[in-house]
Design a protein around this ligand. Sequence first.
Ligand code: SME
Length: 160
Amino acid sequence: MIDLSQTAAGLDGYPLLTAQLEALLSGERDFIANAAQFSAFVYHELEGLNWAGFYLVKDDELVLGPFQGKVACVRIAFGRGVCGAAAASRQTQRVEDVHAFAGHIACDSASNSELVVPLLKEGRLIGVLDLDSPRVGRFSEADQRGIEALAEVLLRASDC
Ligand code: SME
């Protein structure tokens, strides 16, 4: 396991994770299979997460997809919670303290910070990647950039 919070200043563990993920997903184009592998990979390789997974766009709402962590709410309307905000705005939502985010949906009471990345394939919204942490402020700007790069690998590697 790479403890990214402990990496020396100037060193960034994400290029290695990106290369490992590319290798893991190579040879398979099925989006659900690759999203399942992605959620297991990220959940176990990034420290300090209690949930990692996907909500996928179906009939104009978000529906739970592959994930690791405790059971979660199944359907989220666009605009609701952090995931719905990422889907509606098509912008990554990096939330230092979920309790200060109006409308946050508490699936796991252990979650204190959250990063949600919209998944866009050729301008189409496929869904969102959602990472939760029990630690307030777990996700830095560097984490955001690194995790957005990981999400890009999934989109490039998969038919969706
Ligand atoms: N907290 C999210 C809901 C999904 S769970 O965290 C897995 C939200 O506010 O959209």
